[in-house]
Design a protein around this ligand. Structure first.
Ligand code: AP5
Length: 213
């Protein structure tokens, strides 16, 4: 089963993708997490990606596509995967489709987690992320057991550099210009399913489970 998560920055794609991955036993692949791990490890890729991410811009397609296509060739992807944050542009979607077509495969579901812009800035300023294992929390909606500490790996929780309000507004603009056209792209392929992302995360997940059954 190959699933794509769509939605604005902070809509809850990562939160839901992790649950889908756990329930269906498939890997959760977040291009944002891959970039952040590279930044943390000081790789050349990380240095290049950081320049764009800190400004709220997209990392260029050439770089992103290569990383994603390499990752989905790994053995753990043989039964499918849930992609979180990829594709983000029409060219990325087209490359993914054409690479899958070569293997006689296709994307099965595109799930759009729908949250209006007004809710996003508030959510992002309350998000705390673990840069070690990728887990995310929220100061109000999803608190860790101990303040500032990741429940899963015990590392420190931080406000991501790109979650500051001025960068979030830029990311929203980029989302509307470059990523939202994918809604139409997958709608035409008749695999698009929208869920209301403003309700409690458990309710969002129930709606997604009903789609994937
Ligand atoms: P990425 O990491 O993918 O960021 P994003 O898409 O902007 O998404 P986020 O991770 O910010 O949010 P999310 O939707 O996963 O929400 P979450 O579940 O955490 O990418 C970062 C950057 O990398 C990009 O800006 C770009 O530069 C680059 N990049 C990545 N992929 C790329 C690509 N393909 N091409 C080019 N560049 C790329 O939830 C948000 C918060 O809300 C959390 O605190 C959570 O606890 C809380 N929350 C979740 N659900 C709910 C709910 N239902 N109610 C209340 N709170 C909730």
């Amino acid at each position: 089963m190959k699933i794509i998560m769509l939605g604005a920055p902070g809509a809850g794609k990562g939160t839901q993708a992790k649950r889908i991955a756990e329930k269906f036993g498939i890997p959760h692949i977040s291009t944002g997490d891959i970039f952040r791990a590279n930044i943390k490890n000081g790789t050349e890729l990380g240095k290049e990606a950081k320049k764009y991410m800190d400004e709220g811009k997209l990392v260029p397609d050439e770089l992103t596509v290569r990383i994603l296509l390499d990752r989905v060739k790994d053995a753990d992807c043989s039964k499918g995967y849930v992609l979180d944050g990829f594709p983000r542009t029409i060219p990325q979607a087209e490359v993914l489709d054409s690479e899958l077509a070569k293997l006689n495969e296709k994307v099965d579901y595109a799930v759009d987690v729908d949250v209006p812009d007004e809710n996003i800035v508030k959510r992002m300023s309350g998000r705390r992320a673990c840069l070690n294992c990728g887990a995310t929390y929220h100061l109000e909606y999803l608190k860790p057991a101990k303040d500032g500490v990741c429940d899963k790996c015990g590392s420190e929780l931080v406000l991501r550099d790109d979650d500051k309000p001025e960068t979030v507004n830029k990311r929203l603009k980029v989302y509307h210009e470059q990523t939202q056209p994918l809604i139409d792209y997958y709608s035409k392929k008749q695999i698009l399913h929208a869920v209301d992302g403003t309700v409690d995360p458990d309710e969002v997940f129930k709606a997604i489970e009903a789609i994937l059954k």
